[in-house]
Design a binder for this molecule. Structure first.
Ligand code: SF4
Length: 203
C-alpha cells in the first residue's frame, strides 16, 4: 500500500530518538513544548528537572518558584500553573504514578489528545497517534487526508495507517516538517517523497 510505504520512508529518513521515557518527565516536557521551539523546551525541561525530579517535589512548589526555570519555553505563567496542578493531581489521585490510559490522561488540566498520545507512545510503548500541526499539514499536503483540524486528521490517519506506525510517524513528521516540508516554503526539490505528494503548490 502506497501510504504505508511513504510513511516508512518518512520514518527511515527522519528518525526521532526519544531518549527520555519517564512518563512524568515526558508529560511535563510536552506541556512545556506547547508553542515553543524544541531547543527552548529542552533548556526549560532541564532547568526544571534539575531542581524538581518527581511529581511529589513539584506538587509542593509554588508557581513563582518555577517561573525562571521554565521561562525559556515561553508562556511561563500559564505553564507553571498547569505543571503544578498536574503534579498535585498525579500525587493526590494517582499516588504519584502517571496513568497509562488516554481517558485518564485527558482528565489532566491542559492535556489534550496530542500530549496524551505522546505519553502513551513514548513512555508506555502503546499504539498512539499524536497529531500536531506538522502531522496535520503534511498529511493534507500528501493527499492522505482532506481535513480541517488535527483531531479530524488523527481519526482519518488511524483508519489508513497500520498501528505499528502510529507512534513513530509523529516524531518523524515533526523532523520532516522542520527540515523539509516546512509550513511556509517547503523544500520540495530535496524532498525524498516528492513523487508521492499530491500538493498542488509543489514546486
Ligand atoms: Fe512537502 Fe513538498 Fe515533499 Fe510535498 S513534495 S511532502 S509539499 S516537501
Amino acid at each position: 500500500m502506497e501510504i504505508e510505504k511513504v510513511a516508512k520512508l518518512i520514518i527511515e529518513n527522519f528518525p526521532r530518538d526519544h531518549k527520555e521515557k519517564d512518563p512524568f518527565k515526558v508529560l511535563i516536557t510536552t506541556v512545556l513544548s506547547q508553542r515553543s521551539k524544541d531547543e527552548n523546551t529542552e533548556i526549560a525541561a532541564e532547568n526544571l528537572f534539575n531542581k524538581y525530579k518527581t511529581p511529589f517535589e513539584l506538587s509542593k512548589a509554588k508557581e513563582e518558584d518555577i517561573y525562571e526555570l521554565i521561562k525559556p519555553a515561553g508562556l511561563y505563567r500559564q505553564k507553571a500553573k498547569r505543571i503544578i496542578e498536574i503534579s498535585k493531581i498525579i500525587v493526590e489521585k494517582y499516588s504519584g504514578i502517571v496513568p497509562d490510559s488516554l481517558e485518564e490522561l485527558l482528565k489532566l488540566p491542559g492535556v489534550g489528545r496530542k500530549t496524551a498520545n505522546i505519553v502513551l507512545y513514548v513512555s508506555f510503548s502503546k499504539s498512539a497517534l499524536a497529531v500536531d500541526t506538522h502531522v496535520h499539514r503534511i498529511s493534507n499536503r500528501l493527499g492522505w487526508v482532506n481535513t480541517k483540524t488535527p483531531e479530524e486528521t488523527e481519526f482519518k490517519l488511524m483508519e489508513i495507517l497500520p498501528k505499528n506506525l502510529w507512534g513513530p510517524i509523529n516524531g518523524s513528521m515533526v523532523e520532516f516538517g522542520k527540515k523539509v516540508c516546512k509550513p511556509v516554503s517547503p523544500n520540495c526539490k530535496i524532498c525524498p517523497i516528492s513523487k508521492y505528494c499530491k500538493w498542488e503548490g509543489k514546486r
